[in-house]
Each structure stands twice: as C-alpha cells, then as structure tokens.
Design a protein around this ligand. Structure first.
Ligand SMILES: [Zn+2]
Ligand SMILES: [Zn+2]
Ligand SMILES: [Zn+2]
Ligand SMILES: [Zn+2]
Ligand SMILES: [Zn+2]
Length: 236
C-alpha cells in the first residue's frame, strides 16, 4: 500500500513524502542503495525504501519454511551479521530469525520470486549449481535464473557491481552530489564476456536480464528503472 505521506519511527521529527527518483539513494533504514520509489524527508535528505518505510513486524519466506523473521531496526546482538540473500553486511533494518540466526535485508526479503516483463522471465533460487554469469562461481548467494537455465546471476554479484560503480556515491549521502547518474553496467558485462568467448552472444540477453535484477535488488522492480538502465546499457 502506498501513502503520499507517512510518519516513521526512525525519523520522528518530520513526515516522509512518497517520491520517485531516477537517482540512486542510500536508504537510511537498511543502509543499502535504492532507486525509484522511496519515502523521503527533503529537509534532512533522509530516504527509506518502501520496504523499509512500511515493514511488517513478522514475515515468512518460502526459502526458509521453518523460519519466522522478525523486523529489527538494528541488527540484534553484538556479532557482525550478514544477509543470507545477498551476503552483504547488515548494518541497519533487518528481518531476523531468532531460531536460526538467519538475516535478510528488507529489500532482499521482498525480492520477487519471478521477474517477468512478458519477454524475459527470471526465477529466484536459493542456490543453483551452475556458474554465475558475472563471477563464474557456483553456489554463493541467491540467484536469478532464466527458464533455459543458461543465465544465472547472483543477487550478491549484482549488488557488488552496483557498489563498485557507485562507490563515490555510497560514501557520501546526497544523491544530488552524484551527477553521473546510473553507471555503465555494459562494460562490466562485456568485460566478463570477452574472457569467456562462449558467452559473447549472450551479452545482450544478459544485459536485459541484468536490468531486471538490478531494479529488483534496488527495492523497486515495478518502476521505469528498467528503461533508465536499459538506455544506459545501450548508450554506454
Ligand atoms: Zn532500505
Ligand atoms: Zn527530516
Ligand atoms: Zn529460522
Ligand atoms: Zn541482502
Ligand atoms: Zn556471481
């Protein structure tokens, strides 16, 4: 459900307004990057993913049928925690299962099980045995895979790519200071494919697959991001 304005416990001093941005932002809830829809305080440059702005107290996930994940505004306990979906550190909002100690970033917990635009369909798996299009490794994090099983992309690899490309931005806070917009992912994909000549022809498909995964990973698979990232891929 979308509200045009909300009050949030993490930012009680101002209301947060629903916004749509083509610029990446750093979510002040989960501390991960986001794009597209957000709840924002423009006075303080404070942003939250939709999933972080309106969390559920408890969620269940089809990959962990015995788990019940509770929402925490800070990672529980003293130990450093990492997300079971993307393998990145958990430093802010998190869904945590007390029984198993599993953790999921709010956006990772809400990753769509199927990404489908009518032409390309990708399914989310907890683990796949084939190698990832980006890193070439098996296993590792959750993976999006095409029905033909040829294209496999780790959620972790997509996040790594974004973080590498957006390092300058991730260090700072304000998206306004970040003027290169969406970075080029094409080069990353191409570089990878040059090394593996077999996969050369696949890059176009991989590029398309990538844009879906990117927008999903950023917390908003439903927006025009696919278009934005699509144009950046073709212009690069
Ligand atoms: Zn967030
Ligand atoms: Zn504020
Ligand atoms: Zn559990
Ligand atoms: Zn995660
Ligand atoms: Zn990978």
């Amino acid at each position: 459900m979308k509200y045009s304005e909300i009050s949030h416990f993490s930012h009680p001093q101002h209301k947060l307004k629903f916004e749509h941005s083509e610029f990446p932002f750093k979510c002040d809830g989960c501390k991960e990057v986001g794009i597209g829809s957000s709840y924002k305080c423009t006075v303080c440059d404070f942003d939250l993913h939709l999933h972080c702005a309106i969390p559920a107290p408890t969620i269940f996930h089809s990959f962990y049928t015995k788990c019940s994940f509770q929402f925490f505004s800070r990672p529980p306990g003293e130990k450093p925690r990492f997300c079971n979906a993307c393998e990145r550190d958990v430093t802010g909002f998190v869904y945590h299962c007390r029984d198993c100690g599993f953790d999921l970033h709010p956006c990772c917990a809400k990753l769509p099980v199927v990404l489908d635009d009518g032409e390309i369909r990708l399914y989310l798996y907890r683990k796949v045995s084939s190698s990832c299009h980006k890193c070439g490794r098996r296993g590792r994090s959750w993976t999006y895979r095409s029905p033909c099983k040829k294209y496999n992309l780790h959620v972790a690899c997509v996040k790594d790519m974004l973080v590498e490309n957006w390092q300058g931005f991730m260090g700072g806070k304000s998206a306004r200071k970040f003027d290169t917009r969406i970075p080029s992912l094409k080069n990353t994909v191409l570089a990878q494919n040059k090394r593996k000549s077999k996969a050369k022809k696949g890059w176009e498909m991989a590029g398309l697959a990538l844009q879906f995964v990117v927008s999903a990973v950023l917390g908003d698979p439903t927006t025009l991001i696919a278009g934005v990232i699509g144009s950046m891929i073709s212009k690069a």
